[in-house]
Ligand binder design. Structure first.
Ligand code: NAD
Ligand code: TYD
Length: 366
């Protein structure tokens, strides 16, 4: 039986991972350490067999006590500030959590595991954004692509990746790192492209497309990502990094057009949606695409990300199972079936946190 500490386990990917791991390894013990920032949500862990400890990964005494008292042998490190736009308007929190927080956990792991000879694994969840941006004809990112982060977010993740690497090489900490592409799926916080646009479409609000809408992302269903992380934890080699992608490179405009068409089809097939969301264009027979609005580009916007995950395929047997088409259809159904989840965010903690921290400068979901 393993005992896992999942940092950031009340966020989007972390909570999906807790659900995935608990399903696959029912005998294991799961402890979540999460500060419950605006992005963390107790509701994401409802019904899951995991203990939630509310606290900061920068709190060394707390992390030390948890790893010691819960007999933790595996840390799966998701906790981070994760939204590029926020890193542009307020980078400090990214430096604190993503760099200092990661280093705090590494120090704890070294003291309790390396210094005592206890078998362990420290898995660090990172991003393809550390590799920078690609031209249209460049080959996809591999694990040996040079780091060239362009946003405060990706720079802070790159720094944390380097610290993880250094703790392996210098101290012999048993680490693995995964660098994944853009995730989507259930429990995705409604500030990121896909959930924001679904909810805006249901309310008849503009869909703000940055620049020309031709930036390209490689879309990965969160369940595929969780399977990839599990494979790295169980079969990945110490000190190695693994890219995890969805194999679905799409320009943003294609994603938005897919989303608009799927919302139109959902309304056409279910008259109750027009009653629930009367402000949606689709409620009055108009195409959702009327909401598409081109706005100023994100400063430093990376043009293209693409992941080459051949190493994870060859070494770990990883394969994404979801096409974007089927994964997106399931995701839209989830948001339609779980209105209570996102409405509570819009009505409560999210709005309060935004007001306190960003005034009216953040992405609007109102
Ligand atoms: P998220 O923003 O949904 O969740 C982050 C979680 O971390 C939240 O629950 C938050 O409360 C918690 N947290 C933040 N600061 C903390 C602190 N100081 N101490 C303890 N907990 C804290 O993020 P996500 O999308 O689930 O991303 C998870 C990880 O995956 C991150 O490391 C991110 O960089 C990486 N990643 C995400 C994507 C993506 O598409 N979402 C892509 C690549 C990599
Ligand atoms: P996002 O979900 O923020 O992920 P990331 O920046 O980490 O890739 O954005 C995905 C893409 O969608 C990115 O190219 C920026 C673009 N985008 C918009 O065009 N409008 C929006 O309102 C948002 C949030 C993103």
């Amino acid at each position: 039986m393993a005992s896992l500490l999942v940092t950031g386990g009340a966020g989007f990917i972390g909570s999906n991972f807790v659900a995935h791991w608990a399903r696959e390894n029912p005998g294991d013990r799961l402890t979540v350490l999460d500060l419950l920032t605006y992005a963390g949500n107790r509701a994401n862990l409802e019904g899951l067999n995991a203990e939630l400890v509310v606290g900061d990964i920068r709190d060394e005494a707390l992390a030390f006590g948890l790893v010691e008292s819960r007999g933790i042998d595996t840390i799966v490190h998701f906790a981070a500030e994760s939204h590029v736009d926020r890193s542009i308007t307020g980078p400090d929190a990214f430096i604190e959590t993503n760099i200092i927080g990661t280093h705090t956990l590494l120090k704890v792991a070294k003291r309790l595991w390396v210094d005592t000879g206890k078998p362990h694994r420290f898995h660090h969840v990172s991003t393809d954004e550390v590799y920078g941006t690609l031209g249209p004809d460049d080959p996809a990112f591999t694990e040996t692509t040079a780091y060239a982060p362009n946003s405060p977010y990706s720079a802070s993740k790159a720094a944390s990746d380097h610290l993880v690497r250094a703790y392996h090489h210098t101290y012999g900490l048993n680490t693995t790192t995964s660098n994944c592409s853009n995730n989507y799926g259930p429990f995705h916080f409604p500030e990121k492209l896909i959930p924001l646009f679904i909810i805006n479409a249901l309310h008849g609000r503009a869909l703000p497309i940055y620049g020309d809408g031709l930036a390209v992302r490689d879309w990965l269903h969160v369940e595929d990502h969780c399977r990839g992380i599990s494979a790295v934890i169980t079969r990945g080699r110490a000190g190695e990094t693994y890219n995890i992608g969805g194999g679905e490179e799409l320009p943003n405009l294609t994603v938005v057009d897919t989303l608009c068409a799927a919302v139109d089809r959902a309304f056409a097939g279910n008259p109750d949606l027009a009653r629930r969301f009367p402000d949606a264009p689709a409620a009055s027979g108009q195409p959702t695409s009327v909401l598409k609005t081109f706005v100023a580009d994100r400063p430093g916007h990376d043009r293209r990300y693409a992941i080459d995950c051949a190493k994870a395929v060859a070494e770990l047997g990883y394969q994404p199972r979801h096409s974007f088409e089927s994964g997106f259809a399931a995701t839209l159904r989830w948001y339609l079936d779980n209105e209570g989840w996102w409405r509570a965010i819009l009505d409560g903690s999210y709005r309060a946190w935004m007001d306190a921290n960003y005034g009216n400068r953040g992405t609007s979901t109102q």
